[in-house]
Design a protein around this ligand. Structure first.
Ligand code: SF4
Ligand code: SF4
Length: 480
């Protein structure tokens, strides 16, 4: 099965209960819970850290987070943000949601995952248990922990042993943000080394028995071939599933593009037509890889059908309350889910038969607006293909090969980080060691295997930095 049976049964019974028994016209399927908006990264295209820039220090208290989950009663909770692993009570939040019987996705940029997993391992490690030492050895051999960290785990004191931690569970997924192979991902997250850290975190998670998923946003500059390579690489790491969604030019992200990067958002985000072209092979990918979106949503992305937005099924709760109408757009916040359902005029939003009810929805095909539309479709044929997809055999993992690995690490690992040229300009001695230059080397998306391809991606950050260097002769940017 693509999705574990117990989880499928939980979601299916939730739909039956609300649609057939309660006859509820609108209900929550996935809660997007944002306990805070603080983040350790500043990804290009992230509207969150910009829209809520004045409340970055605010947090939703633990009890309120748990109350929000009970309020909407969604069977799945996606803990996002900001970076949820910065939330001081993240462990208690995960434990509390599990006590409520919910399926949990922790949507993380991956940077703090290994620390959280070391803390978990310290609580269970037992020197007398050969399985534990074998796992420790695997982690050491793969350089996923240091000797010092291994010793700290082996000799954890009573306080470390008693800590509430995030444990592996069939009800919980680490959902790691990966937007491309090394060069592209590090460029989008605006920091070198993050891709490598994400991969290390995924490898460590698999050794310790966690379920892992990835989520990818596709932008205008995203190269389709690179996406396929990324899925193959992630599959070779035995990642359990992937969410993929087109990027969308919502207001906050758009304003940031213009103000901070001086870029026209049209250069970066996808229109509907472009989305359909980028996702032309999504159904094929659904057969090759464990893509989590329903096949109905996949048909929609590929341009084979229309769907009506059901943003109410994936509501967002954050420091300001229930955010309406959707994860992306904000026309108001409400104190309860029921109030939001009752007061928002849902008919004002979405695209129906190709016509946008609200101009801001025109190019939106995002997962949080349309994936539940696929899961909740009334058409028997849609229910059948969804069921067939879910119960179908999980695609086999791709074999890990040096070739695939070489394609994945096409950035800073091989000296081609997106800031390499800028750094080399600051430190001329470094340039002698081979800084990446477009002039010297063909910028190609077609031959990443050759090690020369840098994937695709927006070079604005590096170009911006280079422009500043040229203008000022020095740089004090945060990106150094
Ligand atoms: S990691 Fe997530 S929340 Fe943080 S800046 Fe990136 S997209 Fe935004
Ligand atoms: S179509 Fe739906 S999810 Fe997309 S922006 Fe409009 S209301 Fe939000």
């Amino acid at each position: 099965m693509r999705f574990p049976l117990a989880l499928t049964v939980k979601i299916a019974s939730h739909i039956v209960k609300h649609k057939m028994i309660k006859r509820a016209p609108k209900f929550a399927m996935v809660l997007q819970l944002e306990p805070l908006h603080t983040c350790n990264l500043t990804c290009t295209g992230c509207g969150r850290i910009r829209e809520y820039s004045t409340s970055l220090k605010d947090m939703v208290p633990l009890e309120q987070c748990l109350g929000a989950a009970q309020d909407c009663d969604a069977p799945m909770v996606s803990i996002c943000g900001g970076e949820p692993l910065i939330y001081p009570k993240i462990e208690e939040l995960v434990a509390g949601l599990r006590e409520q019987g919910r399926i949990i996705y922790i949507c993380t940029n991956g940077v703090f995952m290994r620390k959280k997993m070391r803390e978990y391992f310290a609580t269970v490690y037992d020197a007398a248990n050969p399985v534990h030492e074998k796992r420790m050895q695997k982690l050491l051999d793969a350089k996923l922990i240091t000797e010092k960290e291994a010793e700290a785990i082996r000799h954890a004191d009573a306080a470390a042993k008693a800590k509430v931690v995030i444990k592996p569970s069939k009800w919980m997924y680490w959902n790691v943000h990966v937007d491309g192979l090394e060069f592209t991902h590090d460029l989008i997250v605006e920091r070198e080394g993050v891709f490598k850290e994400c991969v290390a975190a995924i490898k460590m998670a698999k050794i310790l028995g966690y379920q892992t998923a990835t989520n990818t946003t596709v932008y205008k500059e995203t190269d389709v071939q690179e996406l396929e390579d990324m899925f193959k690489f992630l599959s070779s790491l035995d990642v359990d599933g992937h969410t993929i969604s087109p990027g969308y030019d919502y207001d906050a992200a758009k304003k940031d593009m213009v103000k901070r990067l001086g870029r026209d958002p049209k250069e970066f985000f996808l229109t509907r037509d472009m989305t359909r072209k980028k996702f032309a092979k999504i159904e094929e990918w659904g057969q090759l890889f464990t893509i989590f979106g329903t096949p109905v949503y996949q048909e929609f992305l590929a341009g084979k059908r229309e769907l009506t937005c059901t943003a109410w099924a994936i509501p967002t709760y954050n420091v300001k309350g229930w955010k309406a109408p959707c994860y992306l757009m904000t026309d108001g916040h409400y104190p309860t889910y029921a109030e939001m359902l009752g007061k928002v005029v849902w008919e004002k939003y979405g695209v129906v038969d190709g016509v946008a009810r609200d101009p801001r929805c025109e190019h939106c095909m995002v997962h949080c607006g349309y994936d539940p539309s696929g899961a909740l479709s009334d058409k028997p044929r849609d229910s059948w293909i969804n069921m067939k997809y879910n119960f179908g055999a999980r695609p086999k993992p791709f074999a890990a090969t040096p070739e695939l690995e070489k394609r994945a690490y096409n950035g800073v690992t091989i000296g081609k980080g997106h800031l390499a040229e800028a750094k080399a300009a600051i430190n001329p001695a470094a340039s002698a060691r081979g800084a990446f230059s477009r002039k010297e080397e063909e910028h190609t998306h077609a031959t990443p295997a050759a090690g020369g391809g840098c994937g695709s991606g927006d070079t604005s950050q590096r170009d911006d930095l280079l422009a500043k260097i040229k203008a000022n002769g020095s740089v004090t940017s945060k990106t150094e």
